[in-house]
Design a protein around this ligand. Structure first.
Ligand code: NAP
Length: 237
């Protein structure tokens, strides 16, 4: 397997707005992307749509979720919270030790019929911490991308926001920060331990409430940290 293939980004649940938007941005940045879905045909259709938008040089394919997991050691999870645990249990046999799994799931009450501006209590503390309990030993879990607007990710303009990355594995934090910095207009910040995901996930519910109130697509910017706390594409490339 060559280096490019081994670094493919497999987006589990990549047919929805959040996963497809990330796929679009990473394909635009020249990364190899695998769009995952419960249905292989739906995955391929989503991949073709992205391919058409990015152009003939884009490296995007579509696979059923477990095939996507088996094909890469760099996984991004973008499914509704209500389906997260069951899907991870199904995918467990396909995940390899040494993989990094970046979780963008937000436990929105909307995923079980409640309001999008409210979150559900998660016993483990956050959706990402629940993921960490369910993946095989040796898979490092990172929480990131929960505060990015899918609407803006799927648009044509550069993003204008920060991505806070939380993990208990410093190497996995670096991997996720590199991926975040490949999205034009994103600055990324090491947000510390995975337990901080509970705070970052809650911010999404606040942003959704603000978007409803003010009819926009809000993101976050953290100000006042030293310059070296912020990583951007130009620093990491
Ligand atoms: N939308 C945003 O702006 C945004 C921003 C940041 C984070 N997020 C978070 O990212 C995640 C995905 O958001 P989204 O808006 O893209 O969600 P979505 O459209 O509701 O779901 C994404 C994909 O997940 C798959 N899926 C749906 N239900 C599933 C289930 N029960 N089990 C397994 N797979 C299922 C579907 O793909 P297939 O049917 O093809 O399998 C669907 O296309 C959510 O946790 C959300 O909170 C969203």
């Amino acid at each position: 397997m060559n280096d490019r293939v081994s670094r493919a980004i497999a987006i589990i649940g990549g047919t929805g707005p959040a996963g497809a938007g990330l796929a679009l941005r990473w394909a635009t940045a020249g990364e190899t992307v695998i769009v995952g879905s419960r249905d292989a045909d739906r995955a391929q259709q989503a991949a073709e749509t992205i391919q058409k938008r990015v152009g003939p040089n884009a490296r995007v394919s579509g696979m059923e979720n477990s095939a996507a997991c088996a094909a890469s050691d760099l996984l991004v999870l973008t499914v509704p919270f209500a389906g997260q645990a069951e899907l991870l249990k199904q995918l467990k046999p396909a995940m390899r030790a040494g993989s990094v799994l970046i979780d963008a799931t937000v436990p929105l009450a909307a995923s079980v019929g409640g309001r999008a501006s409210r979150t559900l209590g998660v016993w483990q503390g956050s959706a990402a911490q629940q993921t960490a309990e369910l993946v095989p030993k040796g898979v490092a879990v990172v929480a990131a991308f929960q505060n990015l607007s899918a609407e803006l990710l799927n648009g044509d303009k550069d993003m204008d926001c920060d991505v806070i990355v939380c993990s208990d594995d410093p190497n996995a934090t670096q991997v996720a920060m590199e991926l975040a910095a490949k999205i034009a207009g994103v600055r990324t910040i090491d947000g510390g331990k995975l337990e901080n995901a509970r705070i970052v996930e809650q911010i999404t519910a606040l942003l959704i409430g603000l978007n409803i109130r003010h009819k926009g697509h809000g993101g976050i910017r953290v100000t006042g940290l030293p310059d070296n706390a912020y990583k951007t594409g130009s620093v990491l490339r």
